[in-house]
Design a protein around this ligand. Structure first.
Ligand code: HEC
Ligand code: HEC
Ligand code: HEC
Ligand code: HEC
Length: 477
């Protein structure tokens, strides 16, 4: 939830700068980072989810779709969340198993400026496997519900938006079979930033969840309800084509001049002639496209247009103060729950680890070097950020693999509260008691580093140079 205060700031700025009214929507999956959660972590995760909702309330979101990662701790919790939300939670196909009626709302209609906009939610079927059997809930295939729901809403709306957690491939099938959807915001599995795509006159949009960017779509709607393909993008692509063709022709010309290459290579000669033939046509197309784009910008508008942007939520962006306060309060509450569950300081480390001090007794050289490295301070880094108990952060900032009994891991012995020797060489208790008999990994490879140096935490990890910066000195003592 760390990025929320930047997101809120960026939205405030957008609201001030934009002449058009803003409609804030999220296609779902905002409450939890995982679809499955150990019960020991549920309380902390729910506190975080409540904080996210408070921030979304503040920012003024209108509607959110329900995706599998919103159902992680059950339907009842989501109902509780709904009662705290100033925005609508939407799913047309998450239904009561007996009555087949939606458990949440299927859609809403809002007025934005002069436009009547219908917003409908759709939950991917895969989410069904995460539902608790006792909830009496199920997820219907979109084919069963969507045509009816869309036609009901489309009758009264100027613009119909679907918040879908199906994949882009499924959404394309949807717009091929269900007319009337003008815009889909996708939150499919593994969603990443995509450029907008037109399919059956529906615009498909997608942005990575919890990303470092915020997606903004400027819509210039038109009563024809037909999107004008983004001609600027087409123009750029065409310019690229023409450039490439020109380059290839020049290459051939140069080689021919230097070595008489074409005369000796009939196939190359053919390719060369083909390119020369293509060139005038391509240039003509380019000129006509340029003209269209120019007139489109000045002439009368006959279709709906859009402009898509991704706004960077950089670390340097200021924090929106109210949302920052919500985030900080939430983190404190979440940390408190864990500290009650596991008082710090009682050594309960996994028996297979022995801690870096034991290693230092025989490998002084490596220990000296390691103590000066940032690995030796990794937990302190979290503590200074007030995150010393956050289970989302700990696994990469201490020694030990945090799987299994999580809260106990917070009571690690002092010499495991860093990225220590055993984070790379493996658990060493047996080795300590008999180094000749029990061996450790001598050369931990890149795959070991990548367990923690993952994109999002270290975007520019390069094994060789980082190893040089940090590698243990050779020699055993
Ligand atoms: C258990 C997780 C973990 C593993 C495994 C790990 N690192 Fe790190 N590494 C970290 C963390 C966390 C930091 C940041 C510590 C801090 O600043 O508090 C870090 C920092 C570093 C730094 C210093 C940062 C910089 O760019 O100056 C280097 C270099 C580095 N690691 C290299 C490696 C290499 C090479 C490997 C594999 C041989 C490796 N790490 C394995 C977690 C890990
Ligand atoms: C997947 C492993 C992983 C997780 C989870 C993780 N970190 Fe890190 N963290 C790293 C690594 C690796 C580095 C070192 C990056 C580098 O070399 O610059 C690092 C560096 C840092 C740094 C120092 C560098 C900086 O960017 O200022 C801070 C602060 C930090 N992490 C905080 C956190 C917090 C807070 C969390 C939990 C919300 C967290 N980390 C979760 C792997 C992780
Ligand atoms: C970030 C990962 C990492 C950490 C932490 C780490 N090592 Fe290493 N260690 C390595 C790598 C990688 C090598 C192989 C060095 C190379 O090839 O440059 C190595 C090599 C060694 C060797 C063998 C040297 C040789 O001559 O073959 C010993 C002994 C060793 N480390 C001990 C330690 C001890 C003791 C600690 C803690 C004080 C420690 N290491 C912490 C990654 C790590
Ligand atoms: C009692 C002394 C002693 C302690 C304590 C000790 N080592 Fe060793 N270590 C050795 C000896 C001796 C060797 C060489 C073994 C051989 O070559 O047969 C060795 C070898 C290694 C190697 C090279 C690979 C191998 O297993 O041969 C690594 C890596 C290593 N130790 C890491 C560690 C780490 C990490 C710790 C702490 C968990 C540690 N050692 C604790 C004595 C010790």
């Amino acid at each position: 939830m760390g990025g929320l205060s930047k997101k809120a700031y960026s939205l405030e700025l957008l609201g001030k700068q934009s002449k058009a009214p803003l409609l804030l929507l999220d296609s779902g999956g905002l409450l939890f980072t995982q679809e499955k959660l150990q019960s020991s972590r549920a309380t902390q995760a729910r506190i975080t989810a409540e904080g996210i909702v408070e921030a979304y309330n503040f920012m003024g979101y209108k509607a959110v779709g329900i995706a599998s990662a919103d159902l992680t701790t059950g339907i009842d919790f989501l109902k509780d969340i709904r009662s705290r939300s100033k925005f609508a939670w939407l799913s047309a196909n998450l239904v009561q198993a007996d009555s087949r009626k939606p458990i949440f709302q299927d859609g809403i209609q809002v007025e934005v400026g002069k436009l009547k906009i219908a917003i409908i939610g759709l939950t991917e079927e895969r989410a069904g496997q995460f539902l608790d059997k006792n909830d009496g809930a199920m997820i219907l295939p979109w084919q069963e519900v969507l045509p009816g729901v869309i036609s009901r809403f489309a009758r009264q709306a100027d613009l119909v938006i679907l918040l879908s957690s199906y994949s882009q491939a499924d959404n394309k099938k949807i717009v091929a079979q269900v007319p009337g959807i003008n815009l889909i915001l996708q939150a499919g599995p593994g969603a990443k930033n995509l450029m907008p795509e037109l399919a059956n006159n529906s615009l498909l949009l997608q942005i990575a969840p919890r990303g470092k960017q915020q997606g903004v779509l400027d819509v210039f709607w038109h009563h024809s309800k037909i999107w004008q393909p983004d001609q600027n993008a087409e123009l750029l692509a065409k310019e690229g084509d023409v450039d490439r063709t020109r380059q290839q022709i020049e290459n051939f010309d140069r080689q021919e001049k230097a070595t008489g290459y074409l005369g000796k290579n009939p196939a190359a000669q053919k390719a060369y002639e083909f390119l020369k033939e293509q060139m005038p046509n391509q240039e003509k197309e380019l000129a006509s496209l340029r003209k269209t784009v120019e007139t489109m910008q000045t002439g009368p508008r006959e279709k709906a247009r859009y402009g898509n942007r991704f706004i960077d939520l950089e670390k340097s962006l200021p924090d929106q103060p109210e949302v920052l306060a919500i985030v900080q309060k939430t983190k404190q509450q979440a940390n408190l729950v864990v500290s009650k569950a596991a008082p710090a300081g009682t050594a309960q480390e996994k028996p297979s680890y022995s801690g870096w001090r034991a290693c230092a007794t025989c490998h002084q050289q490596q220990a000296d070097k390691w103590e000066k490295s940032r690995h030796a301070d990794a937990l302190r880094t979290l503590i200074t950020k007030g995150q010393g108990r956050n289970l989302d952060c700990l696994p990469c900032h201490v020694t030990s693999l945090l799987t299994g009994n999580e809260p106990n891991a917070l009571a690690l012995a002092a010499d495991l509260q860093q990225v220590g020797c055993e984070a790379c060489h493996g658990p060493g208790r047996q080795h300590v008691s008999g180094p000749d008999k029990w061996h450790l990994t001598r050369n931990p490879g890149e795959e070991v580093c990548l367990r923690c140096h993952q994109p999002g935490h270290d975007d520019s990890f390069e094994f060789k140079s980082k190893l040089e910066q940090l590698g243990c000195p050779s020699g055993l003592h």
